[in-house]
Design a protein. Structure first.
Length: 450
């Protein structure tokens, strides 16, 4: 159910300006004169990934019941009653006025969550007045400028505690049931040792193994517990080059393996350490990244090459060079046959899962974004500079970031890579796929696209 947010406050504090910014259209009349808004106006609002109904209300004033001002006040009180959350606006430039206090008492008595918003704080102006607002007893004020679109990241953070995003952006972000097992798929080329590894992990000959390639046909799910963690392991058929897959049964097996990847949360790409990083290995890792799964690279049969000094360092450097899209992914040496390295592998799996689920506060994101853009501004297009204004994390699993601005369709891919690499390094997101959406026209923080 969509939440309803009411914007209330005394006259001329900028309620209609904020309403227009949130709905992305100039639906409400705006003027410097107080009392322009009389009826409550409703609209569908969007703030980053948040979707909600918003109500613009008449300025709260003391008035006799039955008079025009009294009827306007009644409409505002009805809006408060209908709201799930209240944005209480005050003017940061003039600070708290005596007229603010009785209406602060009114919204407090409503029992609804109240977010105190200090408007007209553009460029840091009026912050002293904003912090006067602590006297209203409504908590810490969120300083913004509805007219200039400043402070929207902080307003997003405040609203996110009460307002949900849309289903598309929320479906991957729901709190995970800790009792539910982590789904881990083991994939790789035929005869990489996937079934042998799983048998060793669970301590039983659960899966058929042998020297012949292609023994496994179905994706087999096995329940397992490791150090108190519930794990569901998926053994999969070996994935060969598409051109070499001719047999109908093998095609079905490959399709089943791909389906296991899509349903998994973490995918271990198992390589044969004696012939690592074959072209097919890279294709499999790329497929896992495209599906947005957390990824760990396992170097199986390590006991056969463990006597080669410096080999592990060399292979980790190869992984970073050959798979830049998952830079920092764990590369773990192990031996399924000897049972070596399994604990290291599972530690890497749990770390990859945690990074895959990581959420970064919007305020920190935008602080980093401002520094990144200042250090390396986007290029100009036809003499006009691309403007990047705001960023929020739309999803986790994998981390997905939405960037708002102007002319982003002209942003070079190299600049997007610069931002992704910066996010990965600054916020410690090794190995996980990172998604970035560039959004124009839907930015609720721009007055207009110029």
């Amino acid at each position: 159910m969509t939440a309803t947010v009411a914007i209330v406050g005394r006259p001329n504090v900028g309620k209609s300006t904020l309403f227009n910014r949130l709905v992305g259209k100039k639906l409400a009349l705006v003027d410097d004169r107080p009392g322009v808004t009389r009826d409550r106006r409703e609209g569908e609002a969007r703030l980053g990934s948040l979707r909600f109904n918003v109500i613009d209300t008449a300025g709260l004033e003391e008035a006799e019941e039955g008079s025009l001002l009294g009827r306007m006040r009644a409409q505002t009180e009805a809006a408060i009653a209908d709201a799930d959350v209240i944005l209480f606006l005050m003017d940061a430039r003039v600070g708290v006025l005596p007229a603010d206090q009785p209406f602060a008492d009114l919204v407090r008595r409503s029992g609804k969550p109240v977010i105190l918003v200090a408007n007209k704080a553009e460029g840091g102006a009026g912050l002293a007045g904003a912090y006067d607002a602590f006297a209203l007893g409504l908590g810490e004020p969120v300083p913004i400028s509805a007219e200039h679109g400043e402070g929207m990241a902080e307003l997003y953070e405040a609203l996110a505690a009460y307002v949900a995003g849309d289903e598309e952006e929320r479906e991957s972000d729901e709190e995970r049931d800790e009792s539910r097992p982590i789904k881990v798929a083991i994939v790789g080329r035929p005869n990489a040792g996937k079934s042998t590894l799983i048998n060793r992990m669970i301590g039983a000959e659960r899966l058929l193994t042998g020297p012949e390639a292609g023994i496994t046909r179905d994706s087999i799910a096995v329940d397992w517990r490791w150090r108190g963690h519930s794990i569901k392991l998926y053994d999969t058929a070996g994935l060969r080059k598409r051109a070499r897959v001719e047999d109908k049964l093998e095609k079905l097996s490959v399709a089943d393996a791909l389906r296991a990847v899509r349903f998994a949360e973490v995918v271990v790409v198992l390589l044969d350490a004696t012939i690592p990083f074959e072209k097919q290995d890279l294709s499999i890792a790329d497929l896992v990244e495209q599906e947005g799964r957390a990824i760990v690279i396992g170097l199986n049969k390590w006991d056969l090459v463990a006597d080669k000094p410096g080999l592990l360092k060399e292979l980790r450097e190869d992984a970073a060079r050959l798979l830049p899209q998952i830079k920092g992914a764990s590369v773990v040496p192990l031996s399924g046959l000897a049972g070596e390295g399994i604990d290291r592998l599972m530690e890497a799996v749990l770390l990859a899962f945690e990074v895959w689920n990581r959420r970064i506060p919007t305020a920190k994101l935008n602080q980093w974004l401002a520094e990144a853009v200042a250090a390396n501004p986007p290029p100009a297009v036809s003499g006009r500079r691309i403007k990047i204004r705001y960023m929020t994390q739309a999803k986790t699993r994998p981390p997905h970031f939405a960037i708002f601005g102007n002319q982003l369709d002209a942003l070079p891919k190299s600049y997007t890579r610069y931002l992704i690499n910066g996010l990965r390094e600054t916020f410690d997101l090794p190995g996980t796929p990172i998604r970035v959406s560039l959004r124009m026209g839907k930015n609720p923080f721009d007055k207009e696209r110029r």
